[in-house]
Design a protein around this ligand. Structure first.
Ligand code: SF4
Length: 492
């Protein structure tokens, strides 16, 4: 473990994006599996930059683990460390804290977690958020459990410890039937790699194959990095138990209509991943096409707010016929070390990360395409930069509907009152940001872009879209207990 107990988030000034979650990865049947896990976690680094961990098992050396703060490439590339993680079976996790110490990861919260049971040890890593974790934790503590971390994932270990199941997969099934919320779990015993998705399938999890080995990953881009073949997505509510060449599929939960997170398509997943059989890049370009149809405006240039606004800007440009240009350039080398030190640097904010391509912008009417508006603080600064560079007009087009509700399923969102769209209408937001026009894609338009030709069916939505609609597919019990008001109660 590194000597420091906690570490601040990678971009302390940039609080204007929803923060992804975590990424999980597991490998069985490959020599030095931990090395493959490290590569996979590196490809999933966009899902969490605060810390990472790997647990490996070797028949002779037993279970070994390493947990580190910071980027995977800075830690899990060192031979001295990787040599301590031998064996053909390993799982790993990258994290941005979504429960426990938000934005300030504590060493004890870094996953995977490990538990020793009568039938042997098991390690578990989890992407998502349990909506009844606090209630479960209270109950478990009352019955004698001693928690080591503030992470909701530890509840699963304690529930497994109390189960009477004969095998670890049986105990995990029983434990997961008691938790609510969103979870994609990757776990391991001495001989098995296990993957589970919650009944709604809110967070992604895919299965890949590499030679004689099997891989579980949050996203397909992390299969590509090791040359693994994409086999299929783990189904919502499915548990796979992989032993050697055999993949056993179980369905431990009562079936429900899936509600995959629609924001994975908009922003969280990497554009080179495949989600639900669709390329994330193509979906984002299609969002731009829908946006151009719904919210046209006369202008000279379409520019993305890099990097995640890029495919939607290309789609907008293609549909509208307005030329696409890289009007804002991102500094690819923004590192943790440079941005931490002083308030003065902190106040430079977005200019450290983005710079306007003045020669392109001067005298032009510019459409800026961004993936989302959360607090609006960054959008205002970008608008100022574009006007300072001599733009004649600035029109914002946003590739998601207004984010008006917090996410309780594994994404770090500001509290509701800090979300711009929770307190302002679209026109008020336009005036607040000081732009010539502001338009968000509609929820129906977003559904069309992800492949639902008829748009959103309000009686049976095909996705989780709670951060836009306020309709939570799993009641956020812990938050309601703390006073959070659901939409119907808030509006009426
Ligand atoms: S609330 Fe939003 S970010 Fe959270 S799971 Fe649902 S769609 Fe995704």
């Amino acid at each position: 473990m590194t000597p420091c107990a906690t570490m601040p988030p990678a971009h302390p000034f940039d609080d204007d994006k929803l923060r992804e979650e975590c990424g999980v990865y597991g490998v069985i049947g490959l020599d030095q599996a931990a090395n493959f896990v490290a590569l996979g976690l590196h490809a999933l680094q966009h899902r969490g930059q605060e810390a990472g961990g790997i647990v490996a098992h070797d028949p002779h050396a037993g279970f070994n683990s390493a947990r580190r703060f910071g980027y995977v490439r800075d830690n899990f590339t060192k031979a001295g460390l990787m040599d301590t993680l031998p064996g053909p079976l390993a799982i790993g996790h990258v994290r941005y804290s979504t429960s426990g110490n938000k934005g300030l990861t504590a060493a004890r919260d870094v996953q995977p977690f490990f538990g020793e049971f009568s039938m042997g040890g098991a390690a578990i890593a989890h992407n998502g958020n349990l909506t009844n974790a606090e209630e479960l934790r209270r109950d478990l503590i009352e019955r004698g459990s001693i928690f080591q971390s503030s992470s909701d994932t530890e509840c699963i270990i304690h529930l497994m410890a109390r189960s009477m199941g004969k095998t670890i997969p049986d105990r995990m099934e029983e434990a997961l039937r008691r938790v609510e919320g969103a979870f994609s779990v990757v776990a391991m015993t001495r001989t098995k790699l296990i993957g589970v998705r919650d009944p709604l399938g809110v967070r992604p999890l895919v299965l890949g194959q590499f030679g004689e080995g099997w891989v579980l990953s949050s996203e397909t881009c992390a299969l590509d990095i090791i040359g693994a073949k994409f086999v299929r997505e783990i189904e919502p509510g499915e548990m796979v138990v992989i032993t050697g060449a055999r993949v056993e599929s179980r369905h431990p939960f009562r079936p429900k209509t899936p509600r995959f997170c629609i924001f994975e398509h908009v922003y969280f997943s990497r554009p080179d991943s495949i989600l639900g059989g669709r390329s994330v890049y193509e979906t984002r370009a299609q969002i731009g096409v829908e946006l151009a149809r719904e919210a046209p405006v006369e202008a000279d240039l379409v520019c993305p707010v890099p990097d995640s606004g890029t495919p939607a800007a290309i789609g907008y440009s293609q549909e509208s016929g307005i030329p696409y240009a890289m009007g804002i350039i991102r500094n690819q080398y923004m590192g943790r070390t440079f941005i931490e030190p002083t308030d003065q640097i902190r106040n430079m904010g977005v200019r450290l990360k983005l710079n306007v391509n003045r020669a392109l912008i001067e005298g032009k009417r510019v459409i800026l395409v961004d993936d989302s508006v959360v607090r609006g603080t960054t959008s205002r600064k970008i608008k100022d930069m574009i006007l300072d560079a001599g733009a004649k007009e600035v029109h914002f087009r946003i590739a998601s509907p207004p984010t008006a509700w917090p996410c309780f399923y594994g994404v770090d969102t500001p509290e509701r009152g800090k979300l711009l769209a929770a307190t302002m209408s679209e026109d008020e937001m336009r005036d607040h940001l000081g732009v010539d026009s502001l338009k968000f894609i509609s929820l129906d338009g977003l559904y069309r872009a992800v492949g639902e030709a008829k748009g959103r069916d309000p009686a049976k939505p095909a996705y989780c879209d709670a951060c836009f609609s306020g309709e939570y597919p799993v009641e956020p019990a812990d938050m309601i207990a703390k006073g959070f008001e659901l939409k119907a109660q808030a509006a009426e």
